[in-house]
Design a protein. Structure first.
Length: 134
């Protein structure tokens, strides 16, 4: 019996919401989600881009032109911050047009590497509060 992962639950939820396209860039923190997308590539397609900011702008444009939910995916740290520009575009477009263009972003926090342990202490988080920034 196969066990369900958090990535499986996330991708199954997206398909229930009629999401058929996800824009993003694979990375260590989201490998489980990438594998869940690969396993369900007949129902939801993953479009790999070269920069997280482009993923967010693609998701925003996709939502604007199709009326569907735009979804972008990136890993933590700078990747999560790079997603913000496109998400701000979706937010501002909604305020200008009087309607909201929905977009979902997913990023993951990482524990600091051993190299930075001497400066930050053990178990320190390398993070940015992206939810508050948006």
């Amino acid at each position: 019996m196969a066990t369900r992962t958090a990535g499986d639950v996330l991708v199954e939820t997206l398909t229930k919401w009629n999401v058929d396209t996800v824009f993003g860039l694979p990375g260590d923190g989201i490998n489980g989600i990438i594998e869940a997308l690969r396993a369900r590539q007949d129902r939801i397609r993953f479009i790999q881009i070269r920069h997280e900011e482009a993923a967010a702008f693609n998701a925003c444009g996709y939502a604007k032109w199709t009326g569907k939910l735009g979804v972008c995916l990136g890993t933590s740290g700078p990747g999560g911050i790079h997603l913000l520009n496109g998400l701000y575009d979706a937010k501002l477009e909604g305020s200008r047009a009087g309607d909201y263009r929905p977009a979902i972003s997913r990023s993951r926090r990482h524990w600091r590497s051993e190299a930075s342990t001497r400066r930050c202490g053990r178990r320190g988080l390398a993070k940015c509060d992206a939810a508050s920034a948006a």
